[in-house]
Design a protein around this ligand. Sequence first.
Ligand code: AMP
Length: 228
Amino acid sequence: MDGANTANVAPVLILLGPPGAGKGTQARMLEEKFGLVQLSTGDLLRAAVAAGTDAGKAAKAVMEAGELVSDQIVIDILRDRLGDADCAKGVILDGFPRTTVQAEALDELLSESGQKINAAISLEVDDAAMVTRISGRYTCGSCGEGYHDEFKQPAKDGVCDKCGGTEMKRRADDNAETVESRLVAYHAQTAPLIAYYDGKGSLQKIDAMGSIDDIAGGLSAIVVKATA
Ligand code: AMP
């Protein structure tokens, strides 16, 4: 770890990139490899929608439209989750922050606990490829392992390689029309964070157009260096 992050301060990594860049897939791989906790605000919001909480009710239509949920709702959800004991191991933020307001709130939250960001890693991809990537993806309903019609199929059709589950799920917002809105939201509200983290000296970029394993290798090298 660098100067401000001493050995007993848990690492904090951020994955930045448009929808379909592979943040979730890569965050899960890093979670397994480094014993960190993947924190996906998209997953937390989908759980809130499924549970019918007030936050979930407010977020549902916004998510279906491919727009960003209000900063306050997302920051509150993230703050709660960051307070859970398992996060003391260190976290990989996947899909948060997505606005400058969220980035500033994160800086404040971390400074309260004496932490800082080890690296904000931007997954660099072409927009044109994102629609194909997103429209083909699905996950195991039991363990959350991600698959893709074209790029990553389970060894046995319809059966999860990891847990043997047979219920596969596709996200309601993974359709061509909503993907367009999500990309617009990304460029308008989230892409400016690349300059934000560059200005703080924590930005790392990685070419994320290659194979899942190649990207994972490059990311691991960045994580090892950023948390050494
Ligand atoms: P994701 O699973 O990261 O693709 O997020 C799915 C949807 O959840 C997004 O399109 C947004 O509507 C919402 N969402 C997730 N994370 C955030 C965030 N940090 N800020 C605002 N909205 C978010």
